[in-house]
Design a protein around this ligand. Structure first.
Ligand SMILES: [Zn+2]
Length: 103
């Protein structure tokens, strides 16, 4: 996974590799930037890379942790567990009514 970028100053093509993309996304998220500034390896001048482009190629684990999508499955499991508990609790009143009716 990488981003192909062409320097807007000297037209040198270069690529951003995964570690740089991950750190770039961290900077953008922390500072609420719309662009990541990648220095050209040839002329050293800054090139703006849109945040949307970085997010598009970011690994799923990074985008998931940024979007806070990972905790959701755990919450769904907890909701399912609590949803099953009322059913077990509803059986108790039935037993008490049965014992009263049995008398
Ligand atoms: Zn350049």
């Amino acid at each position: 996974m990488q981003i192909m970028q062409t320097c807007t100053h000297c037209r040198t093509p270069y690529s951003l590799k995964e570690p740089e993309i991950v750190s770039a996304l961290a900077q953008i998220t922390a500072n609420n930037f719309k662009y990541y500034t990648a220095s050209c390896p040839n002329c050293g001048k800054p090139n703006k890379i849109p945040a949307a482009q970085l997010r598009r190629v970011a690994p799923k684990s990074t985008s998931a942790s940024t979007a806070k999508a990972a905790p959701r499955p755990k919450a769904q499991r907890k909701a399912a567990a609590t949803a099953a508990n009322p059913k077990a609790g509803s059986k108790k009143p039935e037993k008490s009514t049965r014992s009263e009716a049995g008398d």
